[in-house]
Design a protein around this ligand. Structure first.
Ligand code: UD1
Ligand code: UDP
Length: 373
């Protein structure tokens, strides 16, 4: 048996890796264990529960308002110790978080080969997104299996002279997760029925789904986003459903500026079935999230991206996503256009699936298994 350690720590990594863990566990010849750093706590646990994953190791590193320095230091020591104990033949990481970067580094320090899921995303700006652009470049330097979601990300790796036989176009595992959760909800709608009160309250209004959390938007960016939402909320034909990220840098400003608006429901982070429901009922998404830029196009929901750059140009190219930055007036103008101009809305609201067919995890597990032969 070949031992593979899958290492992650935040909500989006868990969403994108639970299908990979399940595929690896179902693969002959592979002994798959799971190490969570718990860089996120509650938001990670929500996904572990839904995805049915029981970690073999849980470092429980999250501290309130954690700095990048302290988080990175805790991660390196913690992950290193578990690797010394488990001695896996391969480590699997996903994306670009501190946990993913440090796990790759800790594996490298022990000369353990690394597989990178969602490889090759690049914005070509090391401060947007910050610090993710550098995290994923570090992982890319270390990994010897790069699972690129699309030919765009595969092309970025090739341009960096990553050997072609190490780059695999697999699609993005988020689509696997989305298909899986949609099937679960179809079989059992009660899994996502927790929004029904809000749905009733906002009946007849166009729902705007909102998420925001990016570090590079802290300060002025978050202030602008909050002011823009406040301005949009003056309309009586819309309602906002805004599951607020647990990061205190996000909560403080949103609570201060949006706390008392009737048609802005600021709610706790939703578990994945409920978030999938929100994606289903919304008229449009307003977000700075990476994952939402992949999910919304798959469901034909226009997504306005409150960032200066994106490492996911596929949604923009397809016309379902638009980069709008964090200027207050621009956000208000772009949302208003989608609300008032039917042609502009229809042009964006086309289901398009550049990020895969929902079978990425199976491909990845197969490639990892072959690598051991
Ligand atoms: C992290 C990732 C980011 C990813 C995002 C997904 C890094 C540097 N950042 O950013 O790439 O896009 O997750 O959401 O890896 N908190 C809780 N409970 C939780 C989660 C967070 O209380 O379950 C609070 C804590 O106070 C914590 C803070 O949020 O210290 C920040 O968490 P952290 O993981 O450092 O940063 P994120 O902004 O969540
Ligand atoms: N998500 C969720 N509940 C929420 C908000 C988001 O389950 O309340 C999911 C969403 O479907 C996507 C992922 O979390 O798959 C995105 O996570 P986040 O925006 O925190 O991180 P990013 O993708 O920007 O790294």
């Amino acid at each position: 048996m070949f031992k593979t350690s899958v290492i992650f720590g935040t909500r989006p990594e868990a969403i994108k890796l639970f299908p990979v863990v399940n595929a690896l566990k179902a693969t002959d010849g592979i002994d798959c264990n799971v190490l969570v750093s718990a860089q996120h706590r509650e938001m990670l646990d929500q996904v572990l529960e839904v995805g049915g994953i029981t970690p073999d190791h849980d470092l429980n590193v999250m501290q309130p308002g954690q700095s990048l320095d302290a988080l990175t230091a805790r991660l390196l020591e913690g992950i290193g110790s578990v690797l010394d104990e488990e001695k896996p033949d391969r480590v699997v990481v996903q994306g670009d978080t501190a946990t993913a970067m440090v796990a790759a580094l800790a594996a490298y320090y022990r000369k353990i080969p690394v597989s990178h899921v969602e490889a090759g995303l690049r914005s070509y700006n090391i401060y947007h997104p910050w610090p993710e652009e550098v995290n994923r470049k570090i992982i890319g330097t270390i990994a010897n299996q790069h699972f690129a979601p699309t030919d765009v990300s595969a092309g970025a790796l090739k341009a960096e002279a990553v050997p072609e036989d190490q780059v695999y176009i697999t699609g993005n595992t988020v689509i696997d997760a989305l298909h899986w959760v949609s099937g679960k909800i179809e079989n059992d709608p009660s899994l996502a029925s927790g929004l029904s009160e809000l749905e009733k309250r906002f009946q007849g209004k166009k729902i705007i789904g909102i998420t925001t959390h990016r570090r590079e938007n802290f300060g002025d960016g978050m202030d602008n986003i909050a002011s823009a939402i406040g301005e949009i909320a003056k309309r009586d034909d819309i309602a906002c459903i805004f599951p607020v990220h647990l990061n205190p840098n996000v909560r403080a400003v949103m609570n201060e500026k949006l706390g008392n608006l009737d048609n802005v429901a600021m709610i706790e982070p939703l578990d994945y079935p409920h978030f999938a429901r929100l994606l289903g009922i919304c008229h449009l998404m307003l977000t700075d999230s990476g994952g939402v830029q992949e999910e919304a196009p798959a469901l034909g929901k226009p997504v306005l991206v409150m960032r200066e750059t994106t490492e996911r140009p596929e949604g923009v190219t397809a016309g379902t996503a638009k980069l709008i930055g964090t200027d207050k007036d621009r956000i208000v103008a772009e949302v208003s256009t989608l609300l008032d101009d039917d042609d502009a809305y229809t042009a964006m609201a086309r289901a398009h699936n550049p990020f895969g067919d929902g079978n990425s995890s199976l491909r990845i597990a197969e490639i990892i298994a072959k690598g051991f032969v």
